[in-house]
Write a protein that binds this ligand. Structure first.
Ligand SMILES: NC(=O)C1=CN([C@@H]2O[C@H](COP(=O)(O)OP(=O)(O)OC[C@H]3O[C@@H](n4cnc5c(N)ncnc54)[C@H](O)[C@@H]3O)[C@@H](O)[C@H]2O)C=CC1
Ligand SMILES: C[N+](C)(C)CC(=O)CC(=O)[O-]
Length: 345
């Protein structure tokens, strides 16, 4: 599993380079030279992808079968454009570089990359990916935005499953950098690598997964949190407002700066994650969670401590504390919660 790319969507964007060779000897466009992207399904996520790719200077062709979809898509792009402009558009980027195609086949005929964002229904995804595979030029990578289906389950009816990958985005794709990339059993590893490089050159932060885990990484984490939240609301233990406040005024501020692992390493003070596990590890067995807790055996202990050391990448605990504090201050400032009387609130 690898993490690549900028941690935040960078405002310094470059358009796809028009001077470099357009294709390799195999006829496939190198990811950095892609100029034409097709987005199939143009709702919340497909529309968000369209806005992102336009802002990054691509020509985008979209298709969505719903009546009125073209107008809805243009409204979404218009609504996102001021934020994208203030973040910084790539050279030559324009909302006018969007074409809404009349058919799926027209949308992908000329595409160098396809992003599918149709409804989350397994049969629909299977049929649509097979149709896209039949209509898209050979070798062009087709990515699904699915928020949880393994590609192995979706690629069953495509004639060429080797080019089908998952490229799972976060809402809205034009602001949240993360994309989780993973192939299915019949996906060519080269297609996964190509997709990861393409998303990076399109300004995304990429996690490439070697294993197909339903829900990928971030949704499993989000769903675990959400499951606990729903338990508490259902039992009358917390209100919806309590749940949201507990994150936005609590751990959420730290998580925007450091993930849950390094955040907890700092709970161990100068002893870092090892001390944190010695001190609080036994609470894993407390009934704080309705999910079953893993055994904190030596293997898991060592993996977590070593992983934190690697993630720190030479930074000391003091460095990490300073970095977290500065990041949290910036998030508080960015969300208008600093400088008000009484502190963050
Ligand atoms: N909404 C979210 O927060 C996120 C959703 N996703 C994934 O993105 C995909 C799309 O979800 P949303 O945009 O939320 O749904 P949505 O309901 O907003 O949009 C789906 C669009 O697909 C169109 N559509 C229906 N049948 C189609 C077909 N056969 N071919 C092409 N398009 C078709 C619909 O007209 C609609 O515009 C799903 O796979 C979902 O799991 C991924 C990350 C976040
Ligand atoms: C609600 N959701 C499962 C569709 C969310 C995602 O898949 C990612 C996100 O944007 O949080």
């Amino acid at each position: 599993m690898t993490t690549k790319g900028p941690l935040m969507t960078s405002p310094e964007k470059t358009s796809p380079d028009p001077t470099s060779p357009k294709t390799t000897s195999s006829g496939i466009t190198p990811p950095e030279n892609v100029r034409r992207v097709a987005c199939v399904g143009a709702g919340v996520i497909g529309g968000g992808w369209v806005a992102h790719f336009l802002a990054r200077g691509y020509d985008v062709t979209a298709w969505d079968p719903a009546p009125g979809a073209a107008q809805k898509l243009r409204r979404l792009v218009d609504a996102a454009w001021p934020a994208l402009t203030s973040l910084g558009l790539a050279e030559g980027a324009s909302a006018d570089r969007l074409t809404v195609a009349a058919t799926l086949e027209q949308a992908v005929a000329d595409a160098e990359f396809v992003q599918e964002s149709a409804p989350e229904k397994l049969d629909l995804k299977r049929d649509l990916l097979a149709r896209l595979d039949a209509a898209t030029p050979p070798g062009v990578v087709i990515a699904s935005s699915t928020s949880g289906y393994p590609m192995t389950d979706m690629q069953t009816t495509a004639a060429d499953p080797s080019r089908l990958v998952v490229g799972h985005p976060f809402n809205p794709p034009y602001l949240i950098p993360l994309v989780e990339v993973v192939g299915g059993e019949r996906t060519d590893a080269a297609a996964v690598a190509w997709a990861a490089r393409f998303y990076e050159s399109a300004g995304k932060s990429v996690i490439t997964m070697d294993n197909e885990v339903p829900g990928f990484i971030a949704n499993r984490l989000q769903e675990a949190l959400w499951r606990e939240a729903l338990h508490m609301v259902a039992n009358g233990e917390a209100t919806v407002r309590d749940i949201d406040l507990s994150i936005t005024e609590g751990p959420g501020l730290r998580w925007a700066v450091m993930g849950p692992m390094l955040t907890f390493a700092l709970a161990g003070g100068e002893g870092g994650m090892a001390h944190m596990l010695d001190h609080f590890g036994p609470s894993l067995k407390s009934p704080w969670t309705r999910l079953e807790a893993p055994e904190l055996d030596t293997e898991l202990y060592d993996a977590v401590v070593t992983g934190c050391d690697e993630a720190a990448d030479g930074r000391t605990i003091a460095d990490l504390v300073a970095e977290r504090d500065q990041g949290v201050i910036e998030v508080l400032r960015a969300t208008g919660r600093l400088g008000r009387e009484g502190g963050a609130r």
